[in-house]
Write a protein that binds this ligand. Sequence first.
Ligand code: MN
Length: 705
Amino acid sequence: MRVIKLLVRKLDYLTKDQVDEVYRAYHLANDAHVGQRRYTGEPYITHPIAVACILAEIRMDKESIIAGLLHDVVEDTHVTKAEIARQFGDTVADIVEGVTKLSKIEFKSRTEAQAENFSKMVLAMSKDIRVIIVKLADRLHNMRTIDSLPIPKRRRIAKETLEIYAPIANRLGMHSFYLELEDLGFKASYPRRFRILQKAVDKATGNRKEIFDVIFKSIKTGLNNSLVDKYEVKGREKHLYGIYKKMIKKRLQFDEIMDVYGFRVIVASLDMCYRVLGIMHGLYKPVPGRFKDYISLPKANGYQSIHTTLVGPYGVPIEVQIRTFEMDEQANNGIAAHWLYKSGVQQTEMTEIKEQQWLKNLLDMQQRTGSSEEFIENAKVDLFPDEVYVFTPNGNIIQLPAGATPVDFAYAIHTDIGNFCVAAKIDRQLAPLSKRLSNGQTIEIITSRSARPNPNWLDFVVTGKARSSLRNYLKMQKRAESVSLGKRLLDKSLASFSLSSKKIPAEKFDALLAETKLESREDLYAEIGMGNRVPMLVAHRLADALKVQSAEEGAHDKSAAPLMIHGTEGLVIQMAECCYPLPGDPIVGIISSGQGVIVHSEFCHHIAKLRLDPDVCMPLRWEPNIKGEFTTVIEVDVINRRGVLGEMANAVAAAGANIDDIHVFERDDHRYTVSFTMIVDDRAHLAIVIRNIRKLKSVVHVRRK
Ligand code: MN
């Protein structure tokens, strides 16, 4: 094949062994793609070779060239990542995989902000910068051959190139890629405008040729007279899309843009740049205030050059850029310049420091020190370690802090989505709400009108929005629940005076509120519900105010009637975590300041003293037919035997209970105790679980905690 010869000729900067390896990669790709054709009709292999050639032109390392040759095999042929890793190492395999992944994500949105986010997502997904460079080379070749594609596909790819890939090239300082991608994207998106503009530019260039030549000659003469050796003078390249954007955005006339004569002088050394500046200012008068020294003060992306504007013949403005060959290479190839083969060129400490600075500025990377080799090593980095970019189901991109979960995502979209979310799908698979999200995933939130935020979410959310929305909701929720519980508790106490909150005249209530410095009846109920005020004492006050004497027999019975609990009251009625009461167990309530009512088993020894205090202890009873999920703990003594833990877990699952947590305590060499925290329906359900476990051979004893 002749094309591969073309590539090999460009690889003169690699060693023979390295070139041999490239050959092997070519054979693998050629065999894999055999029979496949491109839209252009050529054999498919011409595309990866062309991509490798583009990479060779910016003198990328061996790994990048090989990855360029193999970049489509994983997606389009039977060759696997493992096979590439086996033959060419993990680095190449990882780059190929990265490029494949990038090609799969699809960009759907229209807004500029979304395009920016998408670019960042692409960067964030590429742990090795070479992934992006190979991808850009791939895109560049596809753009060069885009004319053979059907029109709708052409439009889509051109748009994506203009919105995503050209800005990425720009961000990475790869100016040549950037300019070409933009002009090709412009041409494919607006063929007519492109043609008209190109004609106009050609015509203007022709008209200006005479003046251009005069200036060009005088610059050369000036440099020769001052004995500047090894220099290059160029007219600046025409960037059609740049001109187009200036006309549209800055509302400039075509003539105003074309009226500038741009030149670039490239010299061998840094000192020479300043000498050439002096020579230029001697040739033509400089325009005051237009001189910029980006050599001493490089731009954020590392760009270095001297810019000055001169007044030329007939008063035409001349823009001159002065830089060294090294700076020029850097300006054209940006980040890719770091892989340039540097044979014979003594790399100075200065350039190393510059490189580091450049990378630091460009990629906001932290603590980068050390040599150029270390740079290649460090090229495998998280470009945006603090951020994660994910898709909504309709293709919008949401930026979240690293570590964000589906709940953060839900709240980022809308507070109501957060408040009503019950489940999440990550890339169409159901996933826990606490799962950490990764770049490029598509997240779908399932909501339900009856859902309520869970206080436990506060343990894993990372965004301020989710946290504050949750706190807010829980506060409101707790307030509503404590008001309703407080009212129930007060009515129960009032019943012993044959009263109810409805029968208390408003002025008596107001008097009590004034005395307690509370604003409203609701506040009073909330205080009672939260356990901050004893309901019986409040009832007493109101009864005294009404001069109602205490209890007759019947009324007393009523007050003794237990409060009915259904277990899902929410935040103000909680199941005690010492005795874990279940529906079916006899229970009592302990009013706990600030927390409402805590439900304990009647036999819980933690509350032995409190039970004697009628102000804090109240009778409770389960409502019949409770449906809910209740946590309980059982402890099992077992003989140490292989697989016994699994058997027990199976026994629990077989009874339809869910295990939340397991702890194992060793008793002695052959016995240990396993504590299961699990969710059951009620006492009867737990009995089934215990019966199942007892049947196991190794089990010595089962008890409820
Ligand atoms: Mn490709």
